[in-house]
Design a protein. Structure first.
Length: 116
């Protein structure tokens, strides 16, 4: 029984940590978009060689969610893409600067419009 529980924790917890949308921050972003005319986007960070290491994804997610204007991060494409949800005043260089301490072999895509 302990083994099954351990396996569940080891597979579910990292996915939850690497794919987070903070509800309170999302509500605030929705308010900014609907009441103040702000625009929401998502920007993909693509790993160049192999998928993002789980530890890097968790650290990056934790760090970038501290930034005002960022309201979520999701892992996509088999771990090769981190999708960052943000408001328009967060630029590509700002997002890139959060990943650079952990990894330099990645590509930042152009922001794409996001709707709630």
């Amino acid at each position: 029984m302990k083994l099954i529980f351990s396996l569940l924790v080891c597979t579910i917890v990292p996915q939850l940590a690497a794919a987070q949308i903070d509800d309170k921050k999302k509500e605030q972003a929705y308010y900014e978009v609907s009441q103040r005319g702000e625009q929401a986007f998502f920007t993909d960070l693509n790993a160049s060689a192999q998928p993002f290491d789980e530890r890097i994804a968790v650290r990056f997610t934790s760090d970038i969610l501290e930034k005002e204007g960022v309201f979520g991060v999701e892992l996509h494409n088999g771990g090769k893409t981190l999708r960052v949800f943000h408001l328009s005043y967060i630029d590509q260089d700002g997002i890139k600067s959060f990943m650079t301490p952990y990894l330099t072999d990645f590509h930042v895509e152009e922001p794409q419009p996001y709707s709630f």
